[in-house]
Design a protein around this ligand. Structure first.
Ligand SMILES: [Zn+2]
Length: 307
């Protein structure tokens, strides 16, 4: 589900950033930025390297717009987007960096088209990384979990993905985030499943928890917006405790800190089946069926409603 998508590596940063910028912009003037949602996106190499530059440009604008709508503004004012051309038409994974400036490196097929890019999740995932402070490698599950979860929700809110498609994926993939018999909490077991889907499951539980305890007035989106506003996002180094406390303070209920103690510090397994039942999300032959009579159906709707 998330091939090639990796967390940024600060150790690599100094060397990589000089190299990539030199490679991307060597000998040519920096191209005109794409202006979207108040942010300047500098792409390199030039979009003309791709078969359909307009489709690539539209993909960048759409992805930035989706993330900006979720956070109430794009996480940074200026972004360097290094597109690494490769054979084919696919988006093939990316990495996000914050130092010395916000930068996303992404592998993109030269034949990328409107059709191959219209349902891309990778760029939205990477852009979402820009909105959370760096809390260190042992908490990569929080950063990857938020990017995985928010990608789905934000794309549905923006009309770029259907509600049933998002729930069907979560129903199918989220069990990969459950702790196995030998696993510890999210802070200690760093497998792919625990990191991406364990983290996303944490986010879903947080969203439902905040909404349930605020009579559906507030959700994880409000907590994440407050964390971005207070920290400036990925360029800041914060402890995970500070991140969670800031989010909890914004919504007035300590849901993030409580969930952290249960699922990151111990290997407690969430009752995922009960959560699906309460939300009204059930398996069907063609993916998923959604029920509006389920106890938390209103919460399910509120999570995916545009703000
Ligand atoms: Zn990621």
């Amino acid at each position: 589900m998330l091939p090639g998508s990796r967390r940024r590596g600060r150790a690599l940063l100094a060397a990589m950033s000089g190299w990539v910028l030199a490679t991307a912009f060597a000998g040519t003037p920096v191209p005109e930025p794409i202006s979207v949602a108040g942010t300047q996106v500098y792409t390199g190499p030039a979009l003309a390297q791709f078969q359909d530059p307009q489709a690539v440009r539209a993909w960048i604008e759409r992805s930035a717009g989706i993330v900006a709508a979720y956070y109430g503004g794009f996480p940074v004012r200026e972004l360097r987007l290094t597109l690494e051309p490769e054979p084919g038409a696919a988006v093939d994974g990316g990495t996000t960096f914050a130092d010395p400036a916000a930068r996303i490196r992404i592998r993109l097929g030269r034949e990328a088209s409107e059709a191959s890019l219209s349902e891309d999740w990778v760029l939205v995932h990477e852009m979402t990384h820009l909105a959370l402070p760096d809390t260190g490698e042992s908490h990569a599950w929080l950063s990857e979990g938020i990017a995985t979860y928010v990608e789905g929700v934000a794309r549905v809110q923006a009309g770029n993905r259907t509600e049933t498609d998002m729930w069907a994926e979560e129903l199918r993939a989220m069990p990969r985030g459950m702790p196995g018999p030998d696993d510890a909490g999210l802070d200690r077991t760093h497998t792919w499943g625990r990191t991406y889907w364990g983290g996303a499951m944490f986010c879903l539980m947080a969203d439902v928890g905040i909404r349930t305890r605020t009579q559906n007035r507030l959700g994880l989106q409000d907590a994440l917006r407050a964390i971005l506003a207070a920290s400036g996002g990925l360029k800041s180094d914060w402890t995970i405790e500070r991140v969670l406390k800031t989010g909890d303070a914004a919504v007035g209920v300590p849901v993030l800190e409580e969930l952290y103690r249960r699922y990151a510090l111990t290997s407690e397994a969430p009752d995922l089946e009960a959560l699906w039942r309460d939300l009204g999300v059930t398996r069907a032959a063609d993916g998923v069926r959604l029920s509006d009579t389920a106890p938390l159906a209103a919460v399910r709707h509120a999570i995916l409603s545009p703000r």
